[in-house]
Design a protein around this ligand. Structure first.
Ligand code: SF4
Length: 500
């Protein structure tokens, strides 16, 4: 049986694509191996959002090229965004590569491998499936280890065209997965033991059901009241319906149809699609976690306009404030780019002010780097590298201070933790609803369970805790069913999830 090794760079979307690629390969008779030196096929699933990830690809292909000299039968494949972006050019630059495959062409992998086995020249497939979008679906027939936490793709591509971003080029325009397919996949994952699902998309909150099967929000008008009165009037005046995206309807459908699901997350959302109905969903759906990752990118309106983000700092704050009002204790994290062309010291200071004002508990900070084919190439990259580094360090200093203060505030509090694994030094690790990592000990096997813990200490990036009461363990599905019933009856407010 031929073997494969899969190396993944980049975002959660890529990790998810890699999982599905493994299923396609296993169905085609390939067996996984962790020994790259012995693999018949090495597939690199690439990312081109940052320059660093592309450099990594070059060094990886160089290293595999040396191996291929002693084992000419080794096949080297490149998948993901770099394959999509570069196509044949990449094979010209790196002739060691045998196969290039874009994210939409993964189902064609077995056929392309057969061609190569038959002596065909290097194969390139990187066409978008614009006419009939295909989504890689969970192969429920394949044996797989139980995953406490799983990803489900709901859409692909992006229509936003932020000036710094290459994703619209590498992933194409927005295409949405039929709601019924998403619901079936969520059901299958939970039946296999998944407790937490993260819905994936470049801008998940712009989701529209292509089959138009999702019911409208019965309380859409009431949802408008979630926004400050000025904003509500503006929306009514502009004829904007509270549910211009169907993402909240999808969240409601998942929570109703899959009552055994303990937690529902999503990433990433675009601030301009954060509708009142989505805010309302956070208030009324017990499975929806109290954490939102909402990329802001800059705290300066001038820079946001140059980035073509299509919201202002005031609008971003209106939405985060509305979320916090609707769900007390909800935490927010974000992405920020420093050193974007034209960013001055004053612009950067405004970003630090915004971070403190929102109180982000997590910040993914990046230095701007030019990406081929992006609109920002027309702007002069005028912030020196040393200044970008200084700003990034200053950003991390503020973000670490915010996170430290947040973690310390949790000491003494009780939290429900989804137990995901064993700790490196014994005990268990899990995550709270707000995504904080928690380490604690237990005499019982609590892997995959929801556990109630009391926070006893804070580290730099995580928390330590003690189990509140091991005797309070209870079967989860029955308790979740009552949470689901509360949801179906439209009872407002959050329903606490059961604990072990
Ligand atoms: S919203 Fe902007 S940053 Fe996000 S994927 Fe789309 S173009 Fe890129």
């Amino acid at each position: 049986m031929p073997s494969y090794s899969l190396v993944t760079f980049g975002c959660q979307m890529n990790q998810h694509d890699s999982e599905r690629m493994e299923e396609v390969l296993q169905r085609a008779g390939y067996a996984p191996t962790t020994d790259v030196e012995q693999a018949d096929l090495v597939l690199l699933n690439t990312c081109s959002v940052r320059e660093k990830a592309e450099q990594k690809l070059r060094s990886e292909v160089g290293r595999l090229g040396v191996l291929k000299r002693s084992r000419p039968e080794l096949l080297i494949g490149v998948a993901g965004c770099v394959a999509q972006q570069e196509g044949e050019r990449l094979i010209k630059r790196m002739p060691q590569i045998d196969l290039l495959i874009g994210p939409d062409n993964i189902p064609e992998l077995p056929g392309l491998l057969r061609e190569l086995a038959g002596g065909a020249p290097p194969q390139v497939r990187a066409a978008f499936d614009l006419d009939s979008p295909r989504f890689l679906t969970l192969d429920a027939g394949l044996p797989r280890a139980r995953q406490v936490s799983s990803f489900v793709t709901i859409m692909k591509g992006c229509d936003e065209r932020c000036s710094f971003c290459i994703v619209p080029t590498t992933r194409g325009p927005e295409r949405y997965r039929p709601s019924e397919e998403i619901l079936l996949e969520c059901e299958a994952l939970v039946a296999q033991g998944t407790r937490e699902i993260t819905l994936l998309g470049q801008t998940v909150d712009s989701y529209l059901d292509p089959t138009r099967k999702l019911p409208a929000n019965p309380a859409a008008e009431a949802a408008l009241a979630m926004l400050p009165s000025g904003e509500t009037a503006k929306r009514r005046g502009a004829g904007i319906h509270a549910d211009e995206s169907e993402f909240p309807a999808l969240l409601r459908a998942i929570c109703e149809r899959v009552p055994g699901l303990a937690r529902l997350r999503y990433t990433s959302l675009h601030p301009r699609h954060l509708t009142p109905s989505l805010i309302q969903s956070h208030q009324s759906l017990p499975q929806l976690v109290r954490h939102v990752h909402m990329p802001v990118q800059s705290g300066s309106d001038r820079v946001l306009r140059r980035m073509i983000r299509r919201y202002s700092v005031a609008e971003y704050l209106e939405r985060t404030d509305a979320l916090k009002r609707a769900v007390p204790g909800l935490s927010l994290s974000t992405d920020i780019i420093v050193g974007f062309p034209g960013e001055t010291d004053e612009d950067f200071e405004l970003t630090l002010d915004l971070m403190r004002r929102v109180g982000f508990v997590g910040v993914f900070g990046f230095k701007y780097s030019e990406r081929p084919g992006t609109p920002a190439l027309k702007l002069t990259d005028d912030v020196p590298e040393s200044e970008k580094s200084r700003r990034l360090s200053a950003l991390f200093e503020v973000s670490e201070g915010l996170r430290r203060a947040h973690l310390e505030r949790l000491i003494g509090k009780e939290e429900t933790v989804l137990v995901e694994g064993l700790g490196k030094t014994g005990g268990y690790t899990g995550r709270t609803e707000r995504n904080e990592i928690v380490h604690f000990g237990s005499k019982e096997d609590v892997l995959g369970e929801l556990a109630l813990v009391r926070i006893t200490g804070a580290f730099k990036h995580s928390l330590e805790a003690e189990l509140v009461d091991e005797a309070r363990r209870a079967p989860l599905p029955a308790q979740l069913a009552s949470a689901g019933a509360a949801l179906a009856s439209g009872r407002p407010g959050r329903v606490n999830l059961p604990v072990v």
